[in-house]
Design a protein around this ligand. Structure first.
Ligand code: PLP
Length: 387
């Protein structure tokens, strides 16, 4: 088994060799600006349009509904601010969940300061929204609902088809942050009645700094980034052609292996969770056991700090996360766990392991055995002398 054992694929993934190969010519040989009309520019443009078709096909969208962005954060900002502002005259009531990524929560906070009324939906103990609560809270002045497809910390998969149907029936726009779900779960924007969807390449073995936003044709949405007529006027700025090519290749591979890889990871995940509960006293699993991303493991061990486990795992060559990567280094317990009703003390013990292509049964066994020894050591350290 090779070290390090990388178990932080929800934070980011390595660029796949095929993705790097596909991108390489677009840095040096085919460097034209896709907006230029000479052949070097046209070659770049063709590559971009091919990726637009690939991404659209995976989402069951039309190519002209895909806008390339700099990643998940920009897509979320553009979706939420662009939809709220375009429909400001219709109404100012917006709905979201307390377990969203900060790329969603912060634009909503900004909108709240600008006079919008942002209401937070309740979630159950696994972090799932209740569709009936969405139905109950939709008002004539509601213009946008944003519910993530799958949570980045606990891996819970949300009932987005149900939420999409409720929103569409009321003429309310529905955005979903699918950054963690894209390439791992089947997504169909038509069947799921999604109006706006965010995705990012670096969670699926593509490069960092590139993503896309699906914007359903004909909806009220205004652009967020000004500065040029690129993307049919929907996002100013010279396109990141190598990044886009990388996104396309990564999406194509993920789409092709989605079913088999999900089944493989699900089996590894469930085996790990069963052993964890049986072999580590005080282990508590967070998130849904069934409605869960195939690669997500998230738990705490009562009385043991997540940060301490993380550091000890690192010393044994295992890369894990004590919550979400974006809040790494902060001692504040995760807002996601607090929203689930987990106590602050327990939430401080959270550890997230997210698997990927290189994860094997052997590397997970090593992780579990190492963790069991770490927990014993940390508990012994924490015990008062003489006991
Ligand atoms: N949304 C979710 C659910 C995420 O997990 C992330 C990344 O951690 C983002 C948005 C931000 O994406 P990016 O890193 O591409 O800006």
């Amino acid at each position: 088994m090779d070290l390090p054992v990388y178990l932080d694929h929800a934070a980011t993934t390595p660029v796949a060799p095929e993705v790097l190969e596909a991108m390489r010519p677009y840095f040096s040989e085919i460097y034209g600006n896709p907006s230029s009309i000479y052949s070097l520019g046209l070659a770049a443009r063709e590559a971009v349009e091919t990726v637009r078709e690939t991404v659209a096909r995976l989402l069951r969208a039309s190519p002209e509904e895909i806008v390339f962005t700099s990643g998940g954060t920009e897509s979320d900002n553009a979706a939420i601010r662009g939809a709220a502002e375009a429909n400001r005259e219709k109404g100012r009531h917006l709905l979201t969940t307390p377990i969203e990524h900060s790329a969603v929560l912060e634009p909503f906070s900004t909108l709240a300061r600008q006079g919008f009324e942002v209401e937070t939906l309740p979630v159950d103990g696994d972090g799932r929204v209740y569709p009936q609560e969405v139905a109950r809270r939709l008002r004539p002045d509601t213009t946008l609902v944003s519910v993530m497809a799958a949570n980045n910390e606990i891996g819970t998969v949300e009932p987005i088809s149900e939420v999409g149907a409720l929103c569409r029936a009321q003429g309310v726009l529905f955005h979903t942050d699918a950054v963690q779900a894209f390439g791992k779960l089947p997504l169909d924007v038509r069947a799921m009645q999604i109006d706006l969807l965010s995705l990012s390449a670096h969670k699926l073995y593509g490069p960092k700094g590139i993503g896309a936003l699906y914007v359903r044709r004909g909806i009220g949405w205004t652009r967020f980034q000004e500065g040029g007529d690129q993307e049919k006027g929907r996002r100013g700025g010279t396109l990141n052609v190598p990044g886009i090519v990388g996104l396309g290749k990564a999406a194509e591979i993920a789409g092709g292996e989605m079913e088999s890889e999900a089944a493989r990871l699900r089996a590894l995940r469930d085996r790990f969770l069963t052993r964890l509960e049986a072999e580590i006293p005080g282990a508590r699993i967070f998130g849904s056991r069934t409605e869960r991303l195939p690669n997500n493991i998230h738990f705490c061990v009562e009385g043991v700090e997540g940060e301490s486990m993380l550091l000890a795992l690192d010393a044994a060559g295992i890369c894990a996360s004590a919550g979400s990567a974006c809040s790494a280094g902060s001692t504040e317990p995760s807002h996601v766990l607090l929203a689930l009703g987990v106590s602050r003390e327990l939430a401080r013990g959270a550890l997230r392991l997210t698997m990927g292509r290189q994860t094997t049964a052997e590397s997970l066994d090593y992780t579990l055995e190492t963790l069991a020894a770490i927990v014993c050591d940390l508990r012994a350290l924490g015990r008062p002398p003489g006991r």
